[in-house]
Unconditional design. Sequence first.
Length: 338
Amino acid sequence: MIIPYNCTGEITLALVFKLFYSLFLFVGVLFTAPAILGLEHVDDTCKSLLLKGRYNATGHSVADSSSSSVTSDLRIPQVIHHGMIRLVAVVGERHSGTTYLRNLLKANLDPVSHFVRDNFCSFKHFHQVKRDPCPDLNLTLAVVIFRNPYDWAMSMHQQCYCRKTNQEYQAYMENVTFSTFMTRDWIQDVYSELAQPPWRGPLTDPQSGKSYYSHIMQCRAIKIRSQLAIASWAPHVEFVRHEDILHPRDAHRWLSRLIAKYKLLPSKSRTLRPIFLYKGMEQERSFNAGKAMSESVWFNTSLLETNKTVREQVHLVTKMMDQTVEVQELCYGYLMSA
Ligand SMILES: *[C@@H]1O[C@H](CO)[C@@H](O)[C@H](O)[C@H]1NC(C)=O
Ligand SMILES: *[C@@H]1O[C@H](CO)[C@@H](O)[C@H](O)[C@H]1NC(C)=O
Ligand SMILES: *[C@@H]1O[C@H](CO)[C@@H](O)[C@H](O)[C@H]1NC(C)=O
Ligand SMILES: *[C@@H]1O[C@H](CO)[C@@H](O)[C@H](O)[C@H]1NC(C)=O
Ligand SMILES: *[C@@H]1O[C@H](CO)[C@@H](O)[C@H](O)[C@H]1NC(C)=O
């Protein structure tokens, strides 16, 4: 296949080409998008709150076969007069793609004009409330990322990042099955136990006096509500699904919209820089969107069909999750039938 492009920034284009080449390997092997329910029935308040930050997502992100001019599609619009936003603050639950999103923004926004960080009014994984350490909200764009509850819960079971020390973590997680993990008290979670009202867990630990949640999905639901509520006190908030920016084509679409909407200054590179590596971490990790999607139960439903354990896990997540939040309030209709 010949991909036409004019020769500006060959290196970036070569990388884009390389990534797309590997992604094309997936074309033909179709991902089946899970049934996305509820989207047609979201009420108007919900729509105006959430969909303002959402491009017309398809719910799945397979490179389509009509992409003969991939590289020119990935051109980033150039903005001459940029707006007020100086700080872009990424917010999201663990395993929602915050590191990926931060790197994507960092790589594609002009570093002199926009500082991108993992902190809004608190570190990205905490409940955010308007309080003293908030940056100047008029100059800040908060970007909140959500991920489907299925991949999310399974990732949390792999590594919950929920204890202060490794030792406590080991003690808490040793031999804990998915079902136990999903149903037991969600207590002493480092990113939730300090939640302020009204986001506090409904239960109280008599020993420490700290609040906790009946189970992990209740904690997730309340945190999602707190994240949606940011729009009620911060003037510039965008909501995005992890699923909608994983594929470079989707990432590009979303970023282009974001740049135009907030008059952000893009980086000097004239095309999207997709993320291959997580930099700035103790260990560089490579990132491969195709691989991530093939291992995701949300994208690759054959995992569900061929594996009974996965089916049971999906069933349990559906049962435990707060469907009002996941399907209606989140507007995206995160629901799979197992
Ligand atoms: C989304 O895009 C599809 C095809 O591009 C179009 O048919 C559909 O009406 C769009 N939906 C919304 C809500 O804009
Ligand atoms: C933020 O913008 C609003 C509306 O333009 C203005 O009323 C307010 O004074 C600004 N706040 C700060 C701290 O600049
Ligand atoms: C966890 O499982 C391993 C292997 O079956 C066993 O040796 C160990 O004692 C178990 N630990 C706990 C805390 O049950
Ligand atoms: C879906 O997962 C199965 C099992 O791991 C794998 O063999 C297959 O290649 C995946 N499908 C896609 C489209 O990635
Ligand atoms: C089924 O899924 C579980 C959970 O992801 C995994 O541990 C197991 O290896 C899978 N089984 C097969 C046969 O792929």
